[in-house]
Design a protein around this ligand. Structure first.
Ligand code: KG4
Ligand code: ZN
Length: 349
């Protein structure tokens, strides 16, 4: 059975085909980052228009890549939420129209469930149950996963998501959007011990996160370096030396990685699970992957992550999630686009 997956929740257009016997047979990705970079963040209307322009040629390219024809597709899966409403609607309408023309059912996919299943695209795949750390631009969650659709969210962020904190801190250091990858590249040259930044929420029990204080701590350090008094805006990042910026980036990254790793450790202890999966854009961070690997080895807990390209948004994870939920595929062509959609609302397949 072959499922075409369509991802349009934010600023990446993803189209992929998953074959239940052969695995992933096509994977097309178009990133709109360059289009949004000059605005310092995603412009929703531009994102919708770009998805609309790219979907048809990308589906043709995916069919070519897989060397199959559209009439061999068993279903069309699409991201139905959470995400930007306009961007979601483009994918939802396209998927429903295309599925109807082919006479195949559609599968609305939850974007965070797809992130959570992404490690199963790899040959060394986790099996249920496990704890999942989902860290992206919009979400930071720890989830106790008993099986497909059996999700107990045991920790969440009280303010900014981990990726959002990376993006905002990167902006403060004069780095372009999206800041996460650039920030971690800059951190390579830096001294992570130079600025002692807080490890938010570690002194409190529980599994929730809070990242906005960390971002504020970086802002205070920047002001101090620039000699700007408190409650005044910082000067341009150009006034900081390259070493200052690298040290700030490294100190920030160390704080966020330590916080996430310690919470994962707590979650594993609390649930008694022996496997951890890490997914979502921030899961591509090398330092985080190394820290969790170390913890896993010490604690006898197996740690799984998808390759970085499957951590950030992509169509492959949507096609896979669709294939895993083929039984729930509907032929009623109801257009579902849900900007806010709690993961805990999902039901088992
Ligand atoms: O999952 P994703 O592609 O999109 C959402 O669903 O949000 O995650 C994007 C987020 C952005 O905030 C980006 O800065 C962050 O993931 N990110 C990273 C890295 N690569 C992407 N953060 C830290 N280190 C990275 N290497
Ligand atoms: Zn995502």
């Amino acid at each position: 059975m072959r499922v075409l997956g369509i991802e349009t929740s934010c600023d990446e257009t993803g189209v992929a085909i998953y074959d239940t016997e052969r695995g992933l047979i096509a994977n097309q990705l178009y990133s709109q980052i360059a289009r949004h970079a000059e605005f310092g963040g995603v412009v929703p209307e531009l994102a919708s228009r770009d998805h609309l322009a790219k979907l048809a040629p990308m589906i043709a390219a995916a069919l070519d890549e897989a060397e199959i024809t559209a009439d061999t597709l068993a279903a069309i899966a699409y991201t139905a939420g959470p995400g930007l409403i306009g961007a979601l609607l483009v994918g939802a309408c396209f998927a429903n129209g295309y599925a109807r023309s082919l006479g195949v059912p559609v599968i609305p996919v939850h974007h965070m469930e797809a992130h959570l299943l992404a490690p199963q695209l790899e040959s060394e795949a986790p099996s249920f149950p496990f704890v999942a750390l989902l860290v992206s631009g919009g979400h930071s969650m720890l989830v106790d996963v008993a099986g497909l659709g059996e999700y107990d969210v045991i920790g969440t962020t009280l303010d900014d998501a981990a990726g959002e904190a990376c993006d905002k801190t990167a902006k403060l250091l004069g780095l372009p959007y999206p800041g996460g990858p650039a920030l971690s590249a800059m951190a390579e040259q830096g001294d992570s011990e130079r600025f002692r930044l807080p490890r938010p929420m570690l002194s409190r029990p529980g599994l929730d996160f809070s990242f906005s204080g960390l971002k504020t701590a970086v802002l205070m350090a920047v002001r101090e370096l620039q000699g700007v008094p408190k409650n005044q805006p910082p000067k341009s990042a150009d006034t900081l030396s390259a070493q200052d910026k690298a040290d700030l980036a490294a100190s920030f990254q160390a704080a966020i990685v330590e916080t996430l790793a310690r919470k994962c450790e707590r979650a594993i202890r609390q649930t008694g699970r022996d496997a951890l999966i890490v997914a979502g854009g921030v899961g591509a961070n090398r330092q985080l992957r190394d820290a969790l690997q170390q913890f896993g080895e010490a604690a006898g807990c197996q740690v799984f992550y998808p390759r970085p390209a499957y951590c950030t948004d992509n169509g492959a994870m949507i096609a896979l999630a669709g294939a895993m939920r083929l039984d729930g595929a509907a032929g009623d062509y109801m257009i579902k686009a849900t900007p806010r959609w709690p993961l805990a609302d999902l039901a088992p397949a």
